[in-house]
Ligand binder design. Structure first.
Ligand code: KG4
Ligand code: ZN
Length: 377
């Protein structure tokens, strides 16, 4: 089995080849061509521009994925392609390319849900043999082999924020989602308010870290003053930390809301002319991470999963990875994290999901599949 996977749901043109070794999927190659520079100019994605860029990059990216796997196109036995959700113009490029190849090569094709792909990027760690996955596996002390179900998945990306209960391969129950903005969208919008450029997540994270160091230094100073028992000095150094609201944190359900948090940031910077960017980024990141972790822990306690998955572009956030990992460790529940290079959009995750569909004979003919830009998991 040699699966050529294609992913073009948003602003990354991606292709990967997945093979099989000892009954487990392995990533033979994973090529991603990012459009970030293009969209940085407009401060966000212009769908028409993204679709055109996919057309230009599609063939070279597929060629590179095949070369990386040391294969010819004729060696491919299955096509896998993201068939939604995503930007329809972007999806169409990968979808039609995959259909054309499946027709020309007379091989089956497997349409894949993008969110399912993200979920499997964390399971890939458990199952896929690649140096990056092996390294991440060692770090998180995960044993290889079949995952144990049920698994609770928190998927956080630029377009989605959801909590899903995965009962088996391909069997999902959606237990909560965002009612407005996605988590990554909130990072991107707040970054725009702070004039940090696109994409916002990594930029917010970087300057929030600076403020975290300031707080750590302040803490050390406070401790040494306390040791000297100088109350007057202590009162002078006491600073009130900026805090933003945690929308819906106590709602009792598993849904999220991020637009109110973004508005709170907007109101704060409008009424505080000399605001400190890294302080605002820090307070925003703390609020977003707190809400995501609190809801995940609530769901973990209710459903008692064997493990929790954190996936999607925002899963690259260092603070979120650390905080969720710490809270789950206290509760004695395993966290499955994708390696950083599989957090953002990529085709390897699409190919890994396809492998499990093929095992169940769940494949299609090129003329028997539909694209749905709003499909749910
Ligand atoms: O999964 P992804 O690559 O694309 C979608 O399916 O949407 O996610 C992209 C999102 C963007 O909103 C980006 O700002 C966010 O992931 N992101 C981050 C970080 N790296 C990427 N958000 C927070 N912290 C990060 N380090
Ligand atoms: Zn994505």
């Amino acid at each position: 089995m040699k699966i050529l996977a294609i992913e073009t749901s948003c602003d990354e043109t991606a292709a990967a080849v997945i093979g099989v070794e000892n009954g487990q999927p392995i990533i033979l190659s994973n090529t991603v061509s990012s459009q970030i520079d293009l969209h940085a100019k407009t401060g966000g994605i212009v769908p028409e521009v993204a679709a055109r860029a996919h057309i230009e990059a599609m063939t070279p990216v597929i060629r590179e994925a095949l070369t990386g796997a040391k294969l010819e196109i004729e060696d491919i036995t299955h096509l896998a392609v993201t068939a939604g959700p995503g930007l329809v113009g972007s999806l169409l490029v990968g979808f039609n390319t995959a259909k054309t190849l499946a027709y020309a090569l007379e091989i089956p094709i497997i349409p894949i849900n993008h969110i399912e792909g993200h979920v499997y990027s964390a399971l890939a760690l458990n199952q896929v043999k690649s140096p990056a996955c092996q390294q991440a596996r060692q770090k998180s002390k995960v044993k290889s082999g079949e995952p144990k179900f049920p698994i609770l998945a928190l998927t956080v990306s630029g377009g989605h924020t959801s909590l899903t209960l995965m009962k088996d391969h391909g069997v999902y129950e959606n237990i909560g989602q965002t009612l407005d903005d996605a988590a990554g969208e909130a990072f991107d919008k707040v970054a725009k308010l702070l004039d940090l450029g696109y994409p916002g997540g990594p930029a917010i994270s970087k300057i929030a870290e600076q403020h975290r160091s300031v707080i750590a230094r302040r803490q050390t100073t406070k401790q040494s003053i306390e040791e000297k028992d100088c109350h007057a000095l202590l009162a002078m150094t006491a600073e009130k930390e900026l805090q933003f609201p945690r929308p819906m944190i106590g709602s009792g359900d598993f849904n999220f809301s991020f637009s109110g948090l973004k508005t709170a940031v907007l109101n704060y910077i409008r009424s505080n002319e000399n605001y400190n960017k890294s302080e605002v980024a820090y307070a925003f990141e703390e609020a977003a991470v707190d809400v995501l972790c609190t809801k995940t822990m609530l769901a973990m306690r209710k459903f008692g999963p064997k493990a929790v998955i954190l996936a999607g572009g925002v899963a690259a956030n260092k603070r979120l990875r650390e905080e969720l990992s710490a809270r789950l460790e206290t509760a004695n529940c395993q966290l499955l994290l994708p390696p950083l290079e599989l957090c953002g959009d990529n085709a390897a995750m699409i190919g890994v999901v396809a492998y499990y569909h093929i095992l169940k004979n769940d494949t299609k003919n090129w003329n028997d599949l539909t694209l749905d830009s709003n499909v749910k998991l």
